[in-house]
Design a protein around this ligand. Structure first.
Ligand code: AMP
Ligand code: ZN
Length: 395
């Protein structure tokens, strides 16, 4: 890790030893330990942090130790199940596409994790959208359109605040009070990217920016019997997950786009359709020549919930991730996932099957920006190197 000149390098010996399989999880969670941490790297040798000068180190170190302890203590190595492995498919590029995309004006960073996209990237995302829409059509999925905001009451009802507090994004507005509005319009200014305004000018938070698409469908179906006992729907939407200083390049965005195909019905109905979706996408990825793997995974729960929830998800094979190869860093990136939530939403939202039992739910979810990014990392920016189908769609 290169140290920026204005930052202090801090080496920490973890109190709880970190097993190899937890290194990546802990590194990403350290972003939420303390606002003064600008970068973190975790290796078998220990923890390296870059912190702002003048930070109170004992407090910061204690928070880091707490994160490590709550994630690493007694952690059980998950059995990773691999359902598809096409990681070795030959692909023509080994370069990080990001610098060239920025130079070409195809990607314009607006702020951390927030990007504008130009015509080539947009057309590529539209190509992948057409593939996901074809998947949705193969199920005759009903189209839905959901708002970008989601009521706080909705997220509360499905325990989201407990499971993912660190990634929430709140929407608010000025209080409807003439003095507050006058004061704001006269004095509001932006300094170093931060809006200077007293926090008491803002109204209480009633909505957030939505972190997922399928939740909206479950709420639309809540508190009533499921029509005909089953629903297959599809929708695309902007999703928001604040990822602190993990927001790097196009790999992790704060504001991204997700296309989902959503299944609601009996357990067998959901599991069979999730499997069919995976088989159909396997053919799509084969045609394109994508290098990837589908493997069991778990969601990035907040540290307090992590051990319990992650073990649960692995044991019951609730999440399979499509991990695309990023050749330039010998790493992978999750471009999509096949999820099964059991009857969690059915129970919490009172969605019932004809026999009165709670409905089961599942979804196939794809990140459009990540899909395009992984493709560009594997195939480069020279379209003559692209598979003919993609080249023609983008031309
Ligand atoms: P998940 O519900 O977490 O499985 O997310 C579904 C898909 O959305 C992932 O496989 C990614 O492709 C995409 N996604 C999730 N989080 C982000 C993020 N922070 N930035 C960009 N894409 C994301
Ligand atoms: Zn979903």
């Amino acid at each position: 890790m290169e140290t920026k000149p204005d930052l202090v390098l801090l080496q920490i010996e973890p109190r709880t030893p970190i097993p190899d399989f937890m290194l990546r999880e802990i590194q990403s969670k350290l972003a939420y330990a303390d606002e003064h941490i600008r970068a973190a790297s975790v290796s078998p040798e220990g923890i390296q942090l870059q912190v702002e000068p003048g930070t109170s180190q004992p407090e910061l170190i204690e928070k880091v130790q707490r994160i490590v302890e709550s994630l690493a203590y007694g952690a059980i190595k998950p059995k990773v199940q691999i359902l598809e492995d096409y990681m070795d498919r030959p692909v023509p590029s080994r370069l990080d596409p990001m610098p060239e995309l920025i130079r070409m004006g195809e990607v314009s960073p607006e702020s951390a994790g927030v990007f504008a996209f130009g015509p080539l990237v947009v057309r590529l995302m539209e190509f992948f959208e057409s593939q996901f829409l074809a998947l949705a059509d193969s199920f005759q999925a009903a189209p839905y359109r959901f708002p970008t905001m989601i009521p706080a009451s909705y997220l509360g009802r499905v325990n989201y605040f407990r499971a993912f507090p660190h990634s929430l994004t709140f929407a608010t507005h000025l209080r409807s009070d003439l003095d507050v509005i006058d004061e704001f319009s006269q004095h509001a200014a932006c300094e170093e990217g931060e809006l200077q305004s007293p926090s008491k000018s803002f109204a209480a938070v009633k909505n957030l920016l939505s972190p997922a698409v399928c939740y909206h469908l479950y709420f639309a179906l809540a508190d009533k019997p499921l029509p005909q006992g089953q629903v297959i729907a599809t929708a695309v939407g902007h999703c928001f997950r604040y990822e602190a200083n993990n927001l790097a390049s196009l790999e992790r965005l704060w504001d991204f786009t997700m296309r989902e195909v959503i299944f609601v019905g009996s357990k067998d109905f959901v599991l069979e359709n999730r499997e069919t979706a995976r088989q159909r996408m396997r053919q799509t990825f084969e045609r394109i020549g994508l290098a990837y793997r589908v493997e069991s995974a778990n969601d990035p729960f907040f540290i307090g919930e992590f051990r319990k929830q992650a073990a649960f998800q692995s044991a019951f094979q609730l999440k399979f991730e499509i991990s695309a190869r990023l050749p330039y860093k010998e790493s992978t990136l999750a471009v999509g996932s096949y999820n099964y939530h059991q009857d969690f939403f059915g129970r919490n939202l009172n969605i019932t099957l004809p026999d009165g039992s709670p409905a089961h739910t599942g979804c196939a979810a794809f990140g459009l920006e990540r899909m395009a990014f992984a493709f560009l990392a594997q195939f480069g920016l020279d379209t003559s190197q692209w598979p003919a189908e993609v080249r023609q769609a983008v031309a």
